[in-house]
Structure formats: C-alpha cells, structure tokens
Design a binder for this molecule. Structure first.
Ligand code: CUA
Length: 156
C-alpha cells in the first residue's frame, strides 16, 4: 500500500489512541472495579432482588409528611408495582433496580430519567407538584416487549 506519509501517521495515531483508551477503560472497569458512580453506589444481588430489603416489599411507603419512598423492581417487560399513587406536592424518593437486564425508567414531562442496571440500586428524588397522570416508560431497549414496558404514576 502506498499511502501518503501524513495519512499513515494519522492512521497509526488513530488506532493507537483507540487501543490506549480501550486498555485504560478495560483496566479501570475490571481491575479497579469502577462503574458509573452517579446514583449507583448501592448494590443488590439481581437473583435475590425479591428476597432482600428494600425490594422484598416493592411499593410506595410514606416516610414523612409529604415524602414517599417508591421501591420499584423492573423486569422484562414491566414494573412492580406498575401503578403508583401519591398526593400532589409529594416528594418521591425512587429506589429502583432490575432483576434481569438493563431497563430504563423515564417519566416524560419530569426530570426522572433513570437507567436500571441489574445488581445496582438507582436512586432519584423528584417532587410532583401538580396533580395529573404520568406515564412511566422504559427507554433502554430490553427486548421484544420493550415498547410495551410501562407503568403509571398518578398524582392525586
Ligand atoms: Cu425494559 Cu426496555
């Protein structure tokens, strides 16, 4: 092959940096045990999700005058519970996990936009001020039933 000299240099540079970053991220992921940190500090065994706290009792629990904890387990293709009811003005602390593959939990019209990884507890807090009905959607492709995976959140 007879490539111009600069093209060859850039090709080597490109492949070299690709390799370098693959090695660096591989090293961090495997040997240092680093994972995306944001909201994923807590872990749970995906096989035993339904036997251990807090997911042995999924549901909505009142934790304060206007505060609720929503413990949700996602699976192919749904959520337990798949309907949540809270009074208007409630602050909801979401604690969510997956018992099988990666799912999402997205509530259009709010800032709730979570990625659910088996083995991790994803936490997020949001205040629902106005009464209304919200859709809960899975926005991470998870298989043939992905498009039907949804729930409802009703603010009364
Ligand atoms: Cu679950 Cu897509």
């Amino acid at each position: 092959m007879d490539l111009p000299r600069y093209e060859r240099i850039w090709l080597w540079f490109g492949s070299g940096s690709l390799l370098f970053f693959l090695v660096v991220t591989g090293f961090m992921g495997v040997y240092m045990g680093l994972h995306p940190a944001d909201g994923m500090a807590h872990t749970v065994e995906p096989e035993r999700v339904e036997e251990v706290a807090p997911f042995a009792d999924p549901g909505v629990y009142q934790t304060g005058p206007n505060e609720f904890e929503a413990r949700i387990v996602s699976f192919i293709f749904g959520y337990t519970p798949n309907e949540i009811r809270v009074p208007a003005g409630s602050t909801v602390h979401f604690k969510v996990t997956s018992r099988d593959v990666i799912h999402g939990l997205f509530i259009p019209g709010t800032s709730v936009n979570l990625m659910l990884t088996p083995g991790h507890i994803t936490e997020y807090t949001h205040q629902f001020k106005q009464p209304g009905e919200y859709l809960i959607l899975c926005h991470e492709y998870c298989g043939s039933g992905h498009h039907y995976m949804q729930g409802r959140l009703i603010v009364e």
